[in-house]
Design a protein around this ligand. Structure first.
Ligand code: IFM
Length: 468
């Protein structure tokens, strides 16, 4: 007898990845270097000295990886395209070999019954554009729209879901405010300008989509992906409440307020001080170009206290002694996912939402004992189960959620942390490139094959994956 499910028909069960984190071969087939190629080759920038030169070797092993997706039962797969594979200099001539690589992958996904969601930008800006100012140059609004148009023209007939930008907060906070991610700048003057240009570029890509053949014909949908995290004050001291409002503005509201309310939160002037510019009010109409869905990446929450010495938000996250934490020291807090989904609906928009990333890094060995057929990552299964239940709670309160994507298909390059932090449904031995399924892959398969009913089935995740 089929189990009852609370998930609507057609709900997508997927996994997500990004180009730089898995592809490897960054300069193959005519590609130009990206800022991540440069950054990772700069000594001291990536914790364990890892580069994307091999990563998960997905650029060459994609047929095998599609087989793994099939075995995992995915109904959708979220990938990103590397801009400098398509336009090696960021603008100008198209590199057909790069385009062909993604085109083949999309055909293989469709043949396997897996709907692709394609992200246009997941942090790997062409290095040539960084040389022209990168996200600090307002011309990036048209550079990005031109790049997006190449993809819409080439792939638009086959891609049902497009995401313009992945996680604007990370692009800005890591890349331009704290310098922990490429291109590694640290400036309260640059960060708000980079953020504004990211948002303008998003709006321009949405307009380019509507003007494209596929977009004009109503083929495919387009949205943005934001990372959200409830910020909760650790106490009710007025200082902690004010600090929480500042960091909530800087993390959560900065981008969605601009996209849906046509303004920036007041607290940002306080956070960025002298760095905060006067923006042209007319820009908000360009930013707020109507889109079709919002993607929400959710991992954790931030329990917040006032911290006068912490630049520039004067706030910091503290530990919850009652909670468990992942290998990245992120609090496991599933109810936060229900909260952010409801919050987006209540504060911003009734548009369909997708959980475009959710998952956890857990301490797992880089090398498995010989003969290991499967890794029993039961903590990850518990994490995914509780978060899928949180999505069900959001659905029960009327939020229009259309899909859930686990981060990530493969153990991959976790940016500045290198290979040390493992998020995969499949274990990857980075010396041999052997993929070994984890129990979480079986759990995702159970979710996909029961349309979510397996969330209540304690044995889901036990069976081995079937052969392809
Ligand atoms: O690995 C990242 C991904 O690239 C973007 N979202 C968060 C993930 C885990 O840190």
């Amino acid at each position: 007898m089929a189990l009852a499910t609370a998930f609507p028909p057609g709900f997508l069960w997927g996994a997500a990845t990004s180009a730089w984190q898995i592809e490897g071969s960054p300069l193959a087939d005519g590609a130009g270097p990206s800022i991540w190629h440069r950054f990772a080759h700069t000594p001291g920038r990536v914790a364990d000295g890892s580069t994307g030169d091999l990563a998960c070797d997905h650029w060459r092993r994609w047929p095998e990886d599609v087989q793994w997706m099939k075995r995992t039962g995915l109904t959708s797969y979220r990938l990103s395209v590397s801009w400098s594979r398509i336009l090696p200099s960021g603008t100008g001539p198209v590199n057909q070999a790069g385009l062909d690589g993604y085109s083949r992958l999309i055909d293989a996904l469709l043949a396997a019954g897996i709907a692709p969601m394609v992200t246009l930008y997941h942090w790997d800006l062409p290095a040539a554009l960084d040389d022209r100012g990168g996200w600090l140059n307002r011309d990036i609004e048209s550079w990005f729209a031109d790049y997006a148009s190449v993809l819409f023209d080439a792939l638009g007939d086959r891609v049902p879901l497009w995401a313009t930008i992945n996680e604007p907060w990370v692009i800005v906070d890591g890349g331009y405010l704290h310098g922990t991610l490429a291109p590694g700048h640290r400036s309260a003057f640059e960060a708000p300008r980079a953020a504004h240009h990211v948002l303008l570029a998003h709006g321009a890509a949405v307009r380019a989509f509507r003007a494209s053949r596929a977009g004009a014909a109503g083929v495919g949908k387009i949205g943005i992906v934001v990372n959200l995290e409830p910020k909760d004050a650790a106490t009710d001291r007025p200082e902690d409440l004010a600090a929480t409002a500042r960091v909530d503005a800087q993390f959560n509201r900065h981008y969605l307020d601009a996209l849906f309310l046509g303004r920036y939160p007041d607290e940002l002037a306080e956070v960025y001080g002298m760095g905060w510019p006067a923006f042209d009010p007319a820009d908000f109409a360009r930013i707020g170009e109507p889109m079709d869905f919002v993607g929400v990446n959710y991992y954790s929450r931030g329990l917040t206290v006032d911290a006068p010495d912490v630049w520039p938000t004067r706030s910091k996250t503290v530990k919850n002694p009652a909670a468990s934490y992942t290998d990245l020291d992120w609090e496991v807090y599933p109810e936060g996912l229900t909260r952010v989904l409801k919050w987006v609906r209540d504060r911003y928009t009734p548009l369909p939402l997708y959980v475009t990333e959710n998952g956890c890094a857990m301490p797992e060995s880089p090398v498995l004992p010989p003969g290991t057929a499967r890794l029993e990552d039961l903590e990850r299964v518990a994490y995914l189960r509780s978060h899928v239940a949180a999505v069900r709670d959001a659905l029960a309160s009327g939020v229009d959620v259309r899909g859930y994507f686990a981060w990530s298909l493969l153990d991959n390059l976790e940016w500045g942390h290198g290979f040390a932090k493992r998020f995969g449904l499949l274990h990857v031995d980075h010396a041999t490139q052997v993929r070994t399924p984890k129990a979480s892959a079986s759990f995702l398969r159970a979710l996909a094959t029961t349309n979510g009913a397996a969330v209540d089935d304690a044995s889901a995740g036990t069976p081995e994956l079937p052969e392809a």
